[in-house]
Design a protein around this ligand. Structure first.
Ligand SMILES: Nc1ncnc2c1ncn2[C@@H]1O[C@H](COP(=O)(O)OP(=O)(O)O)[C@@H](O)[C@H]1O
Ligand SMILES: [Mg+2]
Length: 572
């Protein structure tokens, strides 16, 4: 709640104040309108001319117009208010999630983060809108209506009070069943989103393995669960309507029954009784609104809490303040070990090595040996569990994250392009990149396939780069790193989707272009890393060999096995 109020700006309070004023005016006049009805009824059978009827009639039309204009302004203001707040919430969530490290994203799951920043924000918006409209209206209406009836008849007032009590009892019983279900419903929505998302991203695999049935079953289960909860909630809420209607009819009947004897006793007249029953209806209605708010507000609070969980999460990767290192282009690991959260075994153990400026260092090892993990520690996608990593002679934890990332051109194992065009993807590296620079980067990265395309740099890229082949995507993401002109390049298996020839030409073009940039290359193929200044062999998270190709060939068993397995394959 506190966070919600923090979003409020000064003019939001002004808006709320104006809305409150408008509601006061609206409910006041609504009650006055009923008063005029009474005046009109009293004229029936008494006045013989048109004039008195017209006089009351004009007043009624005037009041109706005021109410109309009042409601229109009120609704425009409240809509503006709630949309603004939800927009602000959405951008806060987006910003926060952007600052999350992989550890935090894993904690929430992507699907839940999406539900929270869409569905939950909408829920909060709806609650705000209803709360502002109803929470003010109901007490105002009750106040004006009660003021009117208490001055008219003591006996009838007691009848109304009795029915208010019945209404409250009915709604509170209902709430008892309904409230706990809202939290469950949001969790089930998360689950449904998770399955839908996973299914859509893996749709080709699902097809290829005829997995539709299995996926459908999973989906059906989640869908059924959610449906059951919503069905239950809707059923309960649907009960409310007939109940309220029953209560109101019974109340009117009772009022007329009691009222009839009061008329016989000459205590009141018919017009007073008719308007009294109108006022009583409004009182019951306002109490109904108030209790309904107890349904809306907890539901909104569930969503608000889920949003706050995101906003309150402390980002585990803290920003430092160092902007520049003491050296240029060096990397050093000092006795680094790392385990993923909730994992028992460390993925990396006692990793120590140093990379000099301009050197190319390659990492090789079987899948799962920890190559990607090792490399992900340098840009601080994760933080080391023990030991330290120095870039340019400074611990990576001391850097301002943006300064650290500016030094590094990272090409991930799975090439990631964003929807837009080629140029917008290159601008990710450097916002003010020139066309010349783009074409240079594309040339070095062997993206000759672009020039053949008519659109050139405006060639559209669909989400995730789906309109390019695996090898093309990898080359584009290499070009993106080149466009940044970093001190340090990190290639995580970025050459594996390229054919041998392209791999070779790309690397020699890159070597020429980057000259004194430091390169870390993770690769599968010996041919890719043969010329590296240093090759680090990883096995099961430990370094089992460091040296040049020739040195390792001579002394290192693991490396020799890899070399043998590849040369045999090639000569076969
Ligand atoms: N996000 C993660 N959470 C938990 N374990 C992980 C995660 N990513 C990788 N691992 C584990 O870490 C080990 C090393 O993975 P990785 O560094 O990707 O290996 P490589 O790149 O050498 O194939 C694997 O055993 C894998 O199961
Ligand atoms: Mg890997």
């Amino acid at each position: 709640m506190k966070r919600l109020f923090k979003i409020f700006k000064f003019y939001d309070y002004i808006i709320l104040l104006v809305v409150f004023g408008l509601i006061l005016v609206q409910t006041y006049f609504e009650m006055e309108f009923i008063g005029f009805t009474q005046e009109m009824l009293s004229l029936v059978g008494v006045a013989t001319e048109k004039a008195p009827f017209l006089k009351v009639g004009y007043k009624m039309v005037g009041v109706a117009v005021i109410i109309l204009v009042d409601i229109i302004i009120k609704n425009v203001l409240t809509s503006f208010f709630s949309s603004r707040i939800s927009k602000e919430l959405r951008s806060q969530v987006f910003e926060k999630v952007n600052s999350f490290s992989s550890a935090e994203i894993n904690k929430f799951s992507t699907a839940s983060l999406i539900t929270r920043s869409t569905n939950d924000v909408t829920q909060v918006q709806r609650t705000l809108l209803m709360t502002v409209r109803m929470l003010f209206t109901a007490p105002c209406m009750a106040f004006f209506a009660i003021r009117k009836i208490t001055i008219s008849s003591f006996e009838l007032t007691w009848v109304s009070v009795g029915f208010v009590v019945v209404t409250l009892a009915v709604i509170i019983t209902l709430l008892f069943f309904v409230l706990p279900k809202f939290n469950i419903m949001q969790k089930q929505t998360d689950k449904l989103n998770l399955i839908t998302r996973e299914n859509l991203t893996g749709i080709r695999v699902v097809r290829a393995y005829n997995g539709e049935k299995i996926q459908e079953k999973k989906f059906d289960k989640a869908n059924d669960d959610l449906t059951k909860t919503t069905y239950f909630l809707n059923k309960m809420m649907a009960l409310l309507n007939p109940f309220m209607s029953l209560i109101m009819s019974t109340m009117t009947l009772t009022l007329y029954w009691v009222g009839a004897s009061l008329i016989n006793l000459d205590k009141i007249n018919y017009p007073a009784l008719a308007t009294f029953s109108q006022y009583s209806m409004h009182i019951i209605m306002s109490f109904m609104f108030i209790t309904l708010m107890f349904v809306m507000i907890p539901r909104g609070l569930v969503s608000l809490r889920r949003i706050n969980e995101i906003l309150d999460t402390e980002v585990s990767i803290k920003d430092g303040n160092v902007e520049n290192g003491n050296e240029v282009g060096t990397i050093e690991f000092r006795d680094v070990s790392f385990s993923y959260e909730n994992a028992e075994e460390p993925v990396l153990q006692n990793i120590t090595f140093k990379v000099n400026k301009g050197d190319t260092v390659a990492f090789i090892g079987s899948t799962g040996s920890g190559k990607s993990t090792l490399i992900n520690l340098i840009p601080r996608f994760y933080d080391v569990t023990s030991g330290e990593i120095l870039v340019d002679g400074v611990n990576v934890k001391a850097y301002k994250k943006s300064a650290l990332h500016n030094k590094i051109g990272y090409v991930p194992q799975k090439a990631n392009l964003f929807s837009g065009d080629i140029k917008s993807n290159m601008q990710l590296a450097n916002e003010n990149i020139s066309d010349d620079k783009i074409s240079e980067a594309l040339e070095v990265a062997q993206c000759s396939f672009i020039e053949k395309l008519d659109d050139g740099y405006t060639q559209p890229v669909s989400a995730g780069g789906k309109n390019f082949s695996g090898g093309q995507k990898q080359r584009l993401s290499i070009a993106r790193a080149i466009a940044k002109d970093p001190e340090i390049y990190i290639f995580d298996d970025s050459f594996s989707a390229l054919d041998f020839k392209t791999d070779k030409t790309l690397r020699s073009a890159l070597k020429k272009y980057t000259k004194d940039a430091t390169c870390l290359i993770v690769a599968q193929r010996i041919s890719t890393i043969k010329d590296a200044n240093q090759i680090i062999v990883l096995d099961n998270g430990k370094i089992v060999g460091i040296g040049t190709h020739d040195e390792l060939c001579e002394h290192n068993k693991v490396y020799k096995e890899i070399v043998d397995s590849q040369t045999k394959k090639e000569t076969k």
